[in-house]
Unconditional design. Structure first.
Length: 200
């Protein structure tokens, strides 16, 4: 007769399963994350993962939820730091770049992997919305203080696109190492700030 699992047992195994899925994704890509591969890596029977998740997509949604929450937390912490709105905004940009480069597998899971039924996972939808909000919160402070002029949503997405592009190119090994991704992100940010500064 199977052992009755406590809530802590379930939470612990789900955590281990998600960590294993993230490692498999980093090494083998989405095709390497199968229920059989997960079971083998964890040393359990092939049916065991089904006791905790409905299928592979639900596992990947859980892993992506964790990644988006960690990403948002890093940017929120940077935005809540000391200094002027401009200094805090700069800190957000640095936190973004640091997360993307240091947590590359999580970053790829967040943005490279597309799940057709994301709306079926409420926790993932919430975590994605939280992460998206960090893209405009620091910009809104810049607009409120008159440092920038325009729609914070639009400006935030422009900064996001520039930073994401640089990080993605760096992860793909396409940037000239003699320049450095940090130099590129800084130059792009400076140019964008000038473009959105009040004209009068």
């Amino acid at each position: 007769m199977p052992r009755v699992l406590s809530a802590d047992d379930v939470a612990d195994f789900r955590e281990r399963l998600c960590e294993t899925a993230a490692r498999l994704y980093a090494v083998k890509g989405p095709g390497g994350v199968t229920m059989r591969e997960l079971a083998s890596a964890l040393g359990v029977s092939p049916m065991t993962p089904y006791r905790y998740f409905h299928d592979k997509d639900e596992i990947l949604a859980a892993v992506r939820t964790r990644a988006f929450d960690c990403f948002a937390e890093a940017l929120e912490k940077a935005a809540a730091g000391p200094g002027t709105a401009a200094e805090r905004s700069h800190a957000v940009g640095l936190a973004y770049m640091r997360f993307g480069l240091e947590e590359a597998s999580s970053y790829r899971l967040m943005f490279d992997l597309s799940q057709p039924c994301e709306d079926a996972y409420p926790d993932l939808v919430r975590a994605m919305a939280r992460a998206n909000a960090t893209m405009t919160a620091h910009v809104r402070a810049l607009v409120d203080e008159g440092f920038l002029e325009g729609d914070p949503e639009l400006i935030g997405h422009v900064f996001w696109a520039a930073t994401h592009g640089a990080v993605s190119l760096q992860l793909a090994g396409k940037l000239d190492p003699r320049i450095g991704v940090d130099t590129i992100v800084h130059a792009a940010g400076r140019a964008l700030v000038e473009g959105f500064r009040p004209k009068s």
